[in-house]
Ligand binder design. Structure first.
Ligand code: ATP
Length: 141
């Protein structure tokens, strides 16, 4: 089976954790962040890393973003950057786009842009932990 290729944009706590887990699971991961220190700290751990501004269309195009199976927009705090990056991934033709939201309205905006899945890290983790506390013998999901 072909190795799945992911591009993770924004290597904060959420993005870096997700990217590392994908590598652990045998996927190829390109990590992008505008912060050089962040990229340096991840460069040995991910398949590829690049310092780039996610809202720079030419950079994303030259990285061949459209060839990836899935793009993850892991930038939350700056909603404008999150939305612009999402639009670029969709326009460049990334097959599947997943984006992190920091509020319900942010999530609704992402849905309107056609993202395949919106993730609310804190809310989703709260739900998951509650399930694990009430049914601790269930396999992790
Ligand atoms: P987390 O909760 O995942 O740690 P955070 O809330 O600390 O994230 P965010 O603002 O969501 O921080 O940013 C996550 C990462 O995205 C940071 O490492 C930041 O450098 C990167 N980032 C922010 N804007 C851009 C951009 N325009 N291009 C590329 N990377 C960016």
């Amino acid at each position: 089976m072909k190795t799945q290729q992911f591009v993770v944009i924004g290597l904060g706590r959420f993005g870096s954790s997700l990217a590392l887990q994908l590598v652990d699971m045998g996927c190829e991961v390109l990590g992008i962040d505008r912060n050089e220190d962040v990229v340096d700290s991840m460069s040995e751990l991910l398949t590829h890393t690049v310092v780039a501004d996610a809202t720079d269309e030419d950079s994303l195009r030259s990285l061949g973003i459209r060839n990836f199976d899935c793009g993850i927009v892991a930038i939350g705090d700056d909603i404008q950057v999150s939305i612009l990056t999402t639009i670029l991934l969709k326009e460049l033709g990334v097959k599947k786009v997943v984006a992190k939201a920091i509020s319900v309205l942010h999530g609704r905006a992402l849905e309107k842009l056609g993202v395949d899945r919106v993730i609310y890290p804190e809310r989703d983790m709260g739900i998951r932990v509650a399930h694990q506390l009430v049914t601790p013998n269930l396999l992790d999901y």
